[in-house]
Each structure stands twice: as C-alpha cells, then as structure tokens.
Design a protein around this ligand. Sequence first.
Ligand SMILES: [Zn+2]
Length: 159
Amino acid sequence: MSDPREAAASVVDPEIRVITIDELGILRAVEEDPASGRVVVTITPTYTGCPAMDVIRADIRRALAAAGHPDAEVRTVYSPAWSTDWITEAGRAKLAAAGIAPPAPAPRGGTVVPLTLAVRCPRCGSPETEQVSRFGSTACKALWRCRSCREPFDHLKAL
Ligand SMILES: [Zn+2]
C-alpha cells in the first residue's frame, strides 16, 4: 500500500491534463477513517456544476484502488468556495506553459477587481485581450483572444 495522499494528489485534471488536482488546489484533504480504515478524500470543485468533477471523483477512486486503498470515499465540499488563489505556483507555471491563462490571485482587502483586467495573453503577455466566447474547449474554460498577437487562448473561469 502506498501513501493515499500521494495517490490522490497525482490525479490530473481531466480537462487540463498538465496539472494535478493538488496543484489546481481542489484537493482539500485525504484522511483515513480510523473505524473503517477507508480513505476519505475531500475535494472542492472549481465551480458549481463543472462536469469534470464526476471524472475527477472516478479518477481519485481508481488511483487509490491502484495504491491499495479500495472503497475510497470522495466527498465534495463547497465551502469555503474554491478560489484561483488555491492554484499553486507550480500549477500556475504549468498552466502558462500550456497556453492557458491562469487567473490572477484575488485582491486582498475586499476590493473586487473585474477579472477581465487581469487576463493576459499566455503567449506574449499582452494585457490587450478580449473574451470571444464564454465557453472555450470545455465548460470550465472561456475562449479569449489576444489583440496583440491575435492568438486565441483558453482562460480558466474563476469564481
Ligand atoms: Zn498575445
């Protein structure tokens, strides 16, 4: 049997295959129920209704079974809500390398800055970007285009 946290953390996001659910910040906890010995994994979806979550739940159970922990339970918690702040530095770098604009960290102190101000082109870094479609290659991403280099890119939706 191998470490259940390691097994769960190695699961990649089914839509953005370059990043793990740990790097994306949706893996909240991996615990072993002392009574039953079952592994309980807690995840927080990136946004409510993301269809990828069913795939992620199945992938976690499969990874844990392969690591010697059958019958793992995956719990979904919505509070506190996932925020793009939870994406790790390594995760942000991977998203940028894959041409996906990582959402900027939310500003501290309660001032809400519209996300559109923070979307930079992942290829040339230009802030001159525009949203083309609310839905990109998947429901969790929006399609944007850079006005400087004219390249379209996916932008992860932030809450
Ligand atoms: Zn550009």
